[in-house]
Design a protein around this ligand. Structure first.
Ligand code: FDP
Length: 402
């Protein structure tokens, strides 16, 4: 396999990637042919084993691959991701003892988005890259901590599974990392797309038009995801995943070192009494958003429920609670952040896929987050997701305000 180095890619990518998104209207939604599932994306079949608590993630994935031959390469990739999650969970848990705290290089290490990187941001990105590289199933990978998508070179000496079809993985290695040193929950978010096998990017020289197109092919809407999930590092380490047919939650049993199915077929309650936003931004929100939350506070919204507020400020923790207890989590557009704060490719789309698969909704106020085609890797998107009826109330408020 030919190699693509990050150093080579960065300047070239700057040349072809569009300039940062303009203020609203900013969304390009997938045309119908892109939102329809491609032929390899038929919803996987599960049998009763996959609905039975106590089944390990390894066994679950073997069953899935057995029942869905087109997914037979996923278990190897999931083995890499879950191993990385175990390593990261341990790293985060022990960080106060091992000194993996604070900012990288004592401060001043800035990622492409201008955010200062924590030591753990860099280390967890590395752990994931190594774990995925050795599965032999990955063509391209995009991460919050990388400037642009990077090729995943295989060392010919590495023992790998046979390399027939490959995937593109997008991930946020340590979401919520600004809180990590205070022991607040953090998480790893991932999304997996099919990668065009014809798409190889050569090392050296300038990129051909075809190669540039290949690279742009990594910018896909959430409707093209074949799997997404997260690991939550908290009281337990959870691994929650969708393959496009429901949402399955596993808990790490540290005694045996395996993720064990504890939450089969998670369904988010249809309505709730919880909202989860950074309320300090409320005066800056769009009017429909502000008015809906005001009503929830007063108990005069569609459900008549008086809402309470729960905001960790760590997306994986807030989404996990929302999936289990119901509620509405979001980071809406505001005057300062017209496109919200959360990143579309590796936060918004994977989490929206999970939320929709659990029976909830995810919107930017005007339409499905899943249908937005990213124009650049680190594009931001406003997000309001959670219990179906409550999120619908927000969508209706935006529709009325047109
Ligand atoms: P963090 O910056 O700590 O990584 O997307 C990043 C994120 O956390 C989300 O996990 C979280 O929901 C959000 O930012 C919190 O933003 P505010 O601090 O502005 O509330």
């Amino acid at each position: 396999m030919r190699l693509l180095s990050l150093a080579l890619l960065a300047p070239l990518a700057q040349g072809f990637l569009p300039a940062p998104a303009a203020p609203r209207p900013f969304t390009q939604r997938a045309p119908l042919h892109m939102s329809a599932p491609p032929k390899t994306r038929k919803a996987p079949v599960f049998d009763e084993v996959c609905e039975t608590t106590g089944v390990t993630l390894t066994r679950f994935m073997i069953e899935v691959a057995f029942l869905n031959p087109e997914m037979q390469e996923l278990p190897a990739l999931f083995s890499g991701i879950s191993t990385a999650c175990k390593a990261i969970s341990d790293m985060v848990k022990r960080s106060q003892l091992t000194g993996l705290v604070g900012y990288a290089d004592g401060g001043g290490s800035i990622n492409v988005q201008g955010e200062e990187q924590k030591t753990l941001d860099i280390m967890t990105n590395d752990v994931l890259k190594r774990a995925l590289r050795f599965t032999g199933k990955l063509g391209v990978l995009a991460s919050e901590e990388e400037d642009t998508p990077v090729g995943v070179p295989l060392n010919p000496k590495d023992v790998v599974f046979d390399e027939t079809s490959k995937y593109t993985a997008v991930f946020d290695p340590l979401d919520g990392s600004s809180n990590v040193d205070a022991g607040i929950p953090t998480g790893t978010i991932f999304g997996i797309f099919e990668h065009d096998d014809e798409c190889e990017i050569a090392e050296g020289g300038s990129m051909t038009e075809d190669e540039l197109l290949c690279l742009q092919n990594t910018l896909k809407p959430g409707t093209d995801l074949i799997a997404s999930g997260y690991c939550l590092y908290s009281s337990s380490c959870f691994f929650v995943v969708t393959l496009g047919a429901g949402v399955y939650g596993f808990t790490l049993d540290e005694n045996i070192g395996e993720f064990v199915l504890t939450h089969p077929n998670i369904k988010v309650p249809e309505t709730s009494k919880i909202y989860s936003f950074n309320e300090a931004n409320m005066p800056q929100w769009d009017v429909p958003m502000r008015e809906t939350v005001e009503k929830w506070r007063l108990g005069t919204g569609a459900s008549g429920n008086s809402f309470t507020s729960r905001y960790i400020g760590s997306m994986v923790g807030d989404v996990h609670r929302t999936l289990l207890y119901g509620g509405v989590f979001g980071y809406p557009s505001d005057k300062k952040n017209v496109n919200g704060k959360l990143r579309l490719l590796y936060e918004g789309a994977p989490m929206s896929f999970l939320m929709e698969q659990a029976g909830g909704l995810s919107t930017d106020g005007r339409g499905r987050v899943m249908e937005i085609v990213p124009k650049e890797v680190h594009q931001r998107v406003p997000i309001i997701m959670g219990s179906k009826k409550d999120v619908q109330e927000v969508i209706d408020a935006y529709a009325k305000s047109k």
